[in-house]
Design a binder for this molecule. Structure first.
Ligand SMILES: [Fe+2]
Ligand SMILES: [Fe+2]
Length: 471
């Protein structure tokens, strides 16, 4: 395990001291990053002490250290998982060759694009979530929000490290651009659509960390297999942080669902809203919305880019080395339902062309499991309501299914029918306004908003009733 050097201006475990040129470039970028953080980071709490974890080593065990820190003093830095001696390219046309420690010339453009696209999502999410602290349902949730935010900002550092180390002046320009785009901005939006959507209430935040951060898990998992070794090692370490983000979303939704079930049962008319809670249909609509937006993040069902990146050894399947035995993906096909002439029909496509869909399958499996667990929680509360994960075809704006309309079960419907049902399937302004009306900050130690259940345990073996943020 490579120890993290916290004495340097930029904490790192990549021996930054030995590379003056890179160190200077990153030290030049650091104040710009901090200016961005102060501008676009969490609104209103920058001078408060927050109980946050910081990485102290990059191995699996015990890498986290918990202490109070003001967010602008968080030690953002560059942490890579350890190098695996003798690592080989684990898939594609270069299968079995030594993994690359430098960028192969012919893949330079593709790799830059992959890293910039991933990197752009990290600051975007911080921007989307910047006002949520003002309405946090508890100090525990406030702290979790800030933990996610500082780590997403660190993921930006991780991608900027790769750009600045391996892509020369182009990489430095891209690093500046990552600080210049803004989530939801009309002129300079973030690259991917889901990262331009507003995220102004906590139901959206938990859906976001459940569904968008889970997209991150699968994208990073696919890049953790990359033949470009520095990218693989960077993503491996990011995945350890990502787990907590998904935990926040998954348990946050479960806590809302349990509380909603209780309030539904408690109300004479079974109306959770009458009790100041969130009704289960509204939660279903938010799941429909965020799940469908996040499916778009995987790209087109049939994709020559995905095929090229797999062939080149840049982006593999999730768990490529461990879960698959055949690593070329040649001479195999995959059956896909595609829209042709306005109708669904089955097509056999070359396996490499279907790599986006294969990654999307794994993502959907993960989401199906979560829905199953949440439904168990609802049953345990004695409520007769079950959530459903919408079909992958529902409400898509990218890929083959964007060319038609589908109901949440995945049946083809006319545009008119989709529009007639829109208010039942997707959040409407009235839902957003209602959520806004109940989202009031609850900042007392051990206190919690009415619309959500407290967590079963606190952070780092502390109780829920702990002063996670000193206000
Ligand atoms: Fe991230
Ligand atoms: Fe994340």
């Amino acid at each position: 395990m490579t120890a993290i050097d916290y004495q340097s201006k930029i904490p790192n475990n990549v021996d930054l001291n030995s590379d003056r040129r890179l160190q200077r470039a990153l030290e030049h970028w650091q104040p710009r990053f901090l200016a961005w953080w102060n501008d676009m980071g969490p609104e209103g709490f920058q001078s408060k002490d927050c109980y946050l974890r910081t990485a102290v080593s990059a191995d699996k065990e015990g890498w986290a250290h918990f202490d109070y820190v003001r967010m602008p003093d968080y030690r953002w830095g560059i942490f890579l998982a350890d190098r695996e001696p003798g690592r080989k390219v684990p898939f594609g046309d270069h299968y079995g060759e030594a993994a690359w420690q430098d960028v192969p010339g012919e893949f330079r453009t593709a790799l830059r694009r992959i890293i910039v696209t991933q990197g752009d999502t990290e600051p975007a999410s911080v921007e989307q979530q910047r006002n949520l602290g003002l309405t946090a349902p508890s100090l525990y949730d406030l702290r979790n929000l800030f933990q996610v935010n500082v780590e997403e900002a660190r993921h930006l550092w991780a991608m900027v490290y790769l750009l600045q180390s391996y892509f020369g002046s182009e990489g430095r320009d891209e690093a500046e651009e990552l600080l210049a785009r803004r989530a939801g901005d009309a002129d300079k939006p973030r690259i991917l659509d889901a990262f331009n959507q507003p995220c102004n209430d906590w139901l959206s935040f938990f859906c976001f960390t459940m569904f968008a951060d889970r997209d991150g898990k699968f994208q990073l998992g696919a890049l953790a297999e990359s033949g470009f070794d520095p990218l693989a090692r960077t993503c491996r370490f990011m995945l350890t942080e990502e787990a907590h983000h998904m935990f926040v979303g998954d348990t946050g939704l479960e806590r809302i669902l349990r509380r909603s079930a209780q309030l539904t049962a408690q109300d004479p008319n079974g109306d959770a809203r009458a009790q100041g809670g969130i009704d289960l249909m509204t939660i279903q609509k938010y799941i429909n919305y965020w799940f469908s937006y996040c499916l778009d993040l995987f790209g087109s069902e049939v994709s020559t880019n995905a095929a090229d990146w797999f062939g080149a050894g840049l982006k593999g399947r999730f768990g490529e080395e461990k879960r698959f035995t055949e690593h070329t993906a040649l001479n195999q096909t995959r059956s896909l339902e595609l829209i042709r002439d306005g109708q669904l029909s089955s097509h056999e496509v070359e396996l490499r062309l279907a790599m986006n869909e294969i990654l999307r399958d794994d993502y959907i499996d993960d989401c199906v499991n979560a829905i199953r667990r949440w439904n168990k929680a609802l049953s345990a509360e004695g409520i007769d309501f079950q959530l459903e994960l919408p079909s992958r075809r529902f409400h898509r704006r990218q890929g083959t299914y964007a060319a038609a309309h589908f109901d949440p079960r995945g049946e083809l419907v006319s545009e008119a029918e989709f529009e007639r049902n829109r208010t039942a399937w997707l959040p409407v302004d009235a839902d957003r306004q209602y959520l806004e009306s109940i989202m009031k900050p609850v900042f007392g130690v051990g206190q919690i908003a009415n619309w959500i259940a407290p967590p079963k345990r606190g952070i780092n073996d502390n109780e829920f009733a702990y002063e996670y943020v000193r206000l």
